[in-house]
Design a protein around this ligand. Structure first.
Ligand SMILES: [Fe+2]
Length: 384
């Protein structure tokens, strides 16, 4: 998405001779989306980015997923997931999934292997801790509250500082800002809740050295482990509009009104058949008779996942929802504030809540890790 960026050394003209200090040619790699018809970047490698010396199937741990049967709203406590910390790629616990998106959670305390998701873009949300995300394009520092968008097939690894907790959203296509916030040429418009100044990209190439380097590839047929002859982070420069980028939820400027604003005002990203929204601390509805919490609602075409990541989410008070909780309110079920929340909220001037929502247009299945941390009484908490 974002906008044109140029990092490190690049030649004056694309596709012309660009030589290393030893006289050899740098190797170009054009990484682009939608078959040369959308955003791309042109990278210059010291070594051929095509040189692999082995390819082996990788078998990730078997996880099962099952439909939301019987149809119920669900509450998952991610902080109760039993596995110890792992790395931020192979240690992910898948929770909710459909054919368009997989949502998982990970606690990581060690560097991940090099990894490329060839199925789609990834959106990582940092709940707690900090990390460096090293990529072919350079490094990004991230901390609690950051979203990171890693475009399809960008080789990267995640190096935590100590321990980091992340929500992971893996798409089967591209994730970007909502189109209604962009000009026809891609500039953020004035009514967008964030803009170019809030977006961070890599500032300099990494230029790592190494031979026989393993890269885990998640692709449409499964997982494969490639060994590259040279370290993929051998780029001396690149330019273009395709690169990993970060954006802090704390830079999302909430849109508020006299009466309750619907969730689309919180929309932050769109992906294929899903959206991501940010609920941030804000002043609330200021009509003299306003009811600041949401009305009961039923988006008949969506499953709604909400990850509670800070403050107190007013509408869910008394339901058992806590930090790190995920609620799933599926289509086919009308949801709304918990009993008493409407009366309690009247007269409130501000909400201190932080939550990330993913609405999907196809139903989300429950993975076995989700069922292992389900609060099975949640469905009945409105019946009090
Ligand atoms: Fe909702």
């Amino acid at each position: 998405m974002p906008y044109y960026r140029s990092v490190g050394e690049i030649p004056r003209k694309r596709h012309t001779q660009f030589r290393r200090p030893d006289g050899g040619l740098y190797a170009e790699e054009l990484m682009g989306q939608e078959g040369f018809s959308s955003d791309s970047s042109l990278l210059y490698h010291r070594y051929a980015p095509t040189a692999i010396s082995s390819a082996e199937v990788h078998e990730p741990p078997v996880t099962s997923q099952s439909p939301n049967l019987p149809l119920k709203p669900r509450h998952l406590r991610t902080h109760k997931l039993d596995a110890g910390p792992g790395d931020a790629v192979l240690g992910r616990r898948p929770l909710l999934a459909n054919g368009d998106v997989r949502i998982g959670y990970v606690v990581a305390d060690r560097p991940s292997p090099l990894y490329r998701d060839a199925v789609g873009d990834e959106c990582l949300y940092v709940e707690e801790g900090a990390a460096t995300i090293e990529t072919t394009f350079g490094a990004l520092r991230v901390e609690a509250g950051d979203y990171v968008i890693i475009p399809t097939s960008v080789v990267h690894r995640i190096v935590p500082d100590g321990q980091v907790r992340m929500l992971t959203i893996e798409a089967t296509g591209h994730i970007g800002p909502p189109k209604r916030y962009l000009s026809v040429r891609g500039q953020f418009l004035e009514h967008s809740p964030y803009c170019e100044r809030d977006v961070r990209g890599p500032d300099e190439p990494l230029q790592a050295e190494g031979t026989d380097v393993e890269v885990y590839v998640k692709h449409r047929a499964g997982w494969t482990r490639h060994v590259y002859a040279h370290h993929p982070f051998d780029v001396v420069g690149w330019d273009g509009c395709l690169y990993p980028w970060a954006f802090s939820i704390h830079d999302f400027e909430p849109i508020t009104g006299r009466v309750h604003q619907p969730p689309p005002v919180h929309q932050t990203f769109e992906g294929p058949n899903f959206v991501v929204c940010s609920f941030v601390p804000r002043k609330v509805d200021y009509h003299p008779l306003a009811i600041p919490v949401p009305y009961n609602h039923h988006n008949v075409d969506s499953d709604e996942m909400m990850f509670y990541t800070g403050g107190n989410y007013e509408a869910r008070r008394g339901s058992g929802i806590e930090q790190g909780s995920i609620s799933l309110h599926p289509s086919g079920f009308t949801h709304g504030p918990q009993p008493g929340a409407v009366e309690r909220a009247i007269g409130a001037e501000a909400f201190d809540e932080l939550a990330v929502m993913v609405d999907t247009f196809r139903p989300l299945d429950l993975c076995d890790a989700a069922l292992s941390v389900e609060d099975t009484g949640y469905a009945w908490t409105w019946n009090r």
